[in-house]
Design a protein. Structure first.
Ligand code: EPU
Length: 337
């Protein structure tokens, strides 16, 4: 196991901000994971795991140990009629795995195409896009308990999934490292195409049959058309959560802002944070090398030399102005370190 000292994380966060980790370890199997955790414990240093750094913003240098999770492997482990169980280890790239599933006629993940990040990070925040959330297709996962080094299995229910959250972000925060995730997929080419922008894009194509492969292709096109490619322009996708409010609060807001964009969310209402930010005048804003993307107001960007601290300051200015205008406090979805 190689331990790197004072390591620049610029290429390990999709904002591409410069920040140094005290130590950096590339973890490629479960024994090096346990060794790396033991190293951090011996040094009495904090540690954190990163996959592709696609939901992270380093405000400053990191004083502890960074574990780059690179444990690879994926396979079909069980089949029963149309139902198929597929398992992937934490270091697999999410989008490559979605494409691999499609290539092996395992359907159900296509709406989640092109989401940045690794398998291991996906359940933590219950990733979701275009009408599908991970919790709808995840069967179980295996995770290493940090305090004991033991591998434990979590059922879907054990993960207590909710909108962009799970038990690993709440009660069990920082207690487990996700090692592998199993998905219950289907051999049947059934598609979910209710999400507005997806349905509209598919209608425009006026094809006779909508296949999972087509859904994946169209989702990729939509994402590419409005979400900047982090390889070219530093960003971490949606910076804030879409706020969820009560129907009473929503009725009051709607009186003043009749065009407000919203979606029903159980007995509550989810607002489009992008709409709130755009209405507050931020879309396309740029100061120095940080700004708000011109095509999507929920995406903060680093044009090159922007720093984590500048991005955090910008996010606070946005939060304050949205609060002044709408009385809604936006909360970052991106993890600020
Ligand atoms: N909108 C604006 N201005 C904009 C962009 C959008 O007013 O600049 C409004 C539009 O009315 C649009 C609505 O906001 O209909 C919602 O926008 P969009 O469909 O792009 O989705 P989102 O709510 O901004 C969420 C996820 C995305 C996911 C998309 C598609 C969150 C925080 N974000 O974004 O996830 O890709 O839906 O399902 O839930 C991510 O988490 O990093 C991410 C990109």
């Amino acid at each position: 196991m190689e331990i790197l000292d004072n390591f620049n994380l610029k290429n390990f966060n999709t904002f591409h901000v410069s920040a140094y980790a005290r130590y950096f370890i590339n973890v490629t199997d479960i024994s090096s994971l346990k060794e790396a955790l033991a190293f951090a414990a011996t040094k009495e240093l904090p540690f954190m795991l990163i996959g592709q750094g696609s939901n992270l913003l380093f405000r400053e240098n990191y004083p502890g140990v960074i574990l780059e999770m690179n444990i690879q492997g994926k396979k079909i482990i069980d089949e029963d009629g149309d139902s198929v169980l597929v398992k992937a280890r934490c270091g697999e790239n999410w989008h490559a795995f979605v494409q691999w599933c499609l290539g092996n006629t395992c359907y159900g993940l296509e709406n989640l195409s092109l989401i940045p990040g690794n398998i291991g990070a996906a359940p933590v925040q219950n990733i979701g896009a275009y009408g599908v959330e991970l919790c709808e297709v995840m069967e179980s996962l295996e995770a290493v308990e940090i305090s004991t080094g033991q591998l434990k299995t979590f059922s879907n229910a054990d993960c207590r999934f909710s909108y962009r959250s799970s038990v690993f972000k709440e009660e069990l925060k920082d207690q487990y490292v996700i090692y592998s995730v199993s998905f219950r997929l289907s051999r049947k080419a059934e598609v979910k195409i209710d999400y507005d922008s997806l349905a509209i894009a598919l209608q425009k194509l006026s094809v006779e049959e909508v296949t999972p492969e087509l859904v994946s292709k169209v989702v990729c096109e939509i994402r590419r058309s409005k979400l900047p490619n982090p390889g070219r322009l530093g960003n971490a996708g949606s910076f804030f959560w879409n706020p969820v409010i009560s129907t009473e609060d929503f009725s009051r807001l709607q009186k003043n802002f009749p065009d407000i964009v919203s979606y029903p969310q159980g007995d509550k209402v989810k607002l489009a944070a992008a709409w709130l930010i755009e209405q507050a005048g931020w879309k396309g804003f740029r100061e120095g090398d940080v700004g708000v993307h011109q095509d999507h107001a929920l995406v903060l960007v680093n044009y090159g030399q922007g720093t984590g601290a500048q991005l955090v300051t910008l996010s606070e200015q946005i939060r304050d102005s949205v609060q002044d205008k709408f009385g809604i406090v936006l909360v970052p979805e991106v993890r600020i370190i």
